[in-house]
Design a protein around this ligand. Structure first.
Ligand code: HEM
Ligand code: HEM
Length: 191
């Protein structure tokens, strides 16, 4: 399988980014929801630190992924996909990219406005991106929460669309985002 995307399918780099970030973001939603309900303890502090460190890693990976996307492009839609569906999918995908950036940034903003220090897996400190400010803190917290509601809705819609393509339309939309599958069979006269 190729590293780069072709006209017909995603390459290994895009596939790797897609599934690594999908798992990372779903895990972050799970950790976020779990940690806010923990009783105050060292374990809670450790869970917050883990949430922030993974979130910052996701931010860096999304920037790399966006760079790759702009450089490598995307395959053409599966033949027979209606124009409106392609437009809806493209809009959803760019909204997902926006939210994958907005989630960690709003978390970082919330952390800075709350005047908390920020470390990456205990290795080094990251700078504050805003001064301590109670109003900004409340705003960033709301952005983080609404971003999470929105990303959950879009991921549900996006996954349902992928499964519908696979089970109802029986096309290669899902297969071509999986490694090692979905090569278009050669048809017509032999070359
Ligand atoms: C992909 C990245 C991220 C996702 C999907 C995510 C998701 C979440 C979720 C679902 C919650 C629980 C929301 C609630 O019930 O109020 C949460 C809380 C929180 N997140 Fe994130 N987060 C991300 C990145 C970050 C980053 C990078 C930071 C900080 C640098 C951060 C800081 C926080 C904090 C401090 C809370 C607790 C808020 C509170 O106490 O109400 N998050 N996050
Ligand atoms: C947090 C979870 C997820 C996020 C953030 C996410 C995000 C994205 C984004 C941004 C794209 C567009 C790629 C591009 O144009 O560069 C994409 C494509 C795709 N995603 Fe996801 N995704 C997630 C989960 C899933 C799941 C669970 C499935 C399957 C059930 C899935 C199936 C697909 C498929 C098949 C494509 C390719 C669509 C096409 O070729 O037009 N994704 N995803």
């Amino acid at each position: 399988m190729r590293l780069a995307n072709t006209r017909d399918r995603w390459g290994l780099v895009s596939i790797g980014f897609h599934w690594l970030l999908a798992i990372g973001i779903l895990a972050m939603i799970g950790i976020g929801l779990y940690m806010v309900d923990m009783p105050n303890s060292m374990a809670k502090l450790r869970m917050y630190a883990l949430h922030k460190s993974i979130g910052l890693t996701i931010l860096a990976l999304v920037v790399l992924r966006l760079g790759w996307r702009l450089y490598a492009g995307a395959p053409a839609p599966e033949p027979g996909t209606p124009r409106w569906q392609h437009a809806a999918a493209t809009t959803t995908h760019w909204l997902l990219y926006g939210l994958m950036i907005a989630m960690p940034l709003s978390g970082w903003l919330y952390n800075s406005a709350s005047n908390f220090p920020l470390q990456w897996f205990g290795q080094f400190n990251l700078p504050a991106i805003a001064s301590p400010d109670p109003e900004l803190k409340a705003l960033a917290r709301n952005l983080h929460r609404w971003g999470y509601y929105l990303i959950c809705m879009l991921v549900l819609l996006h996954s349902a669309a992928a499964i519908k393509h696979h089970l109802v339309d029986r096309d290669r939309t899902l297969l071509r985002m999986l490694p090692g599958t979905g090569e278009r069979p050669r048809t017509g006269a032999p070359e």
